[in-house]
Design a protein around this ligand. Structure first.
Ligand code: ADP
Ligand code: MG
Length: 223
């Protein structure tokens, strides 16, 4: 089957004062359907920059990004938004949940934006949250949840619309080690169970070893 994600010659540089730093210098990356890929690299190596480009969250890059066979550069802003909503889910280091909405609502809302019926979206949200052990936290707001619980809600939200590809940027990087291990295991199990592919940025070798494949970002290219 063809790749969910394929980048070719992906380049991104930033101007900092008088200098131009080349962060991505020709990244070729392929992710197959259902494959869970670890993106390893030290802090500052460009992992977040790569995920931002692949997530169609900002322009400014050169080279090719194909998601489900669609070339991002050929899409206008509306087309990129549609592709992002249809194909991608995001998990960040910090949860970015909506503070005035409870756990269920945080998982329901992206489904409504995607065109789901409210009743169906609620069933899906409760099912995802329950499978992450949050069946007793459905009506809690983010401020009433622990850090690990907040990240679990963020994971449920990312998977709500059944994305073909989940982009996760240090998804457990804000948690203590023991909690990170548990939440990461649950994240992997859920992504596998849903059949989504994932690209997971981390600087944690141990977590990376638990994924299907590891790619390393070094000097702006994948080793
Ligand atoms: P990582 O996620 O691997 O820690 P980043 O992608 O955040 O690395 O950053 C890679 C490099 O790009 C760093 O040197 C960082 O300072 C630089 N960088 C990232 N975003 C910007 C930006 N918006 N403007 C200028 N420099 C940036
Ligand atoms: Mg980063």
């Amino acid at each position: 089957m063809s790749d969910i994600l394929a980048t070719q010659g992906l380049r991104r540089s930033f101007v900092q004062g008088e200098d131009t730093i080349e962060v991505l210098r020709g990244v070729d990356l392929h992710v197959a359907p259902g494959e869970i890929v670890a993106l390893l690299g030290p802090s500052g190596s460009g992992k977040s920059t790569l995920l931002q480009a692949v997530g169609l969250l900002e322009g400014g890059f050169e080279g090719s990004i194909r998601i489900k066979g669609q070339e991002a550069a050929r899409l206008d802003a509306d087309g990129r938004t549609t592709l992002r909503r249809d194909a991608l889910g995001f998990v960040y280091q910090f949860h970015h949940l909506l503070p005035d909405f409870d756990a269920t609502e945080n998982v329901v809302l992206p489904q409504l934006i995607h065109g789901a019926e409210t009743a169906d979206a609620q069933v899906r949200a409760k099912s995802l949250l329950s499978s992450l052990g949050l069946g007793h936290r459905l009506t809690h707001r983010p401020s009433q949840l622990s850090g690990g619980e907040q990240q679990r809600v963020a994971v449920a939200r990312a998977l709500a619309n059944r994305p073909a590809l989940v982009l996760a940027d240090e998804p457990t990087g804000n948690l203590d080690e023991a909690t990170a291990d548990i939440v990461f295991s649950e994240f992997l199990a859920l992504v596998r169970g849903e059949g989504s592919a994932a690209l997971v940025a981390t600087h944690n070798e141990r977590l990376a070893a638990r994924m299907d494949r590891v790619v390393r970002l070094h000097d702006g290219v994948l080793e």
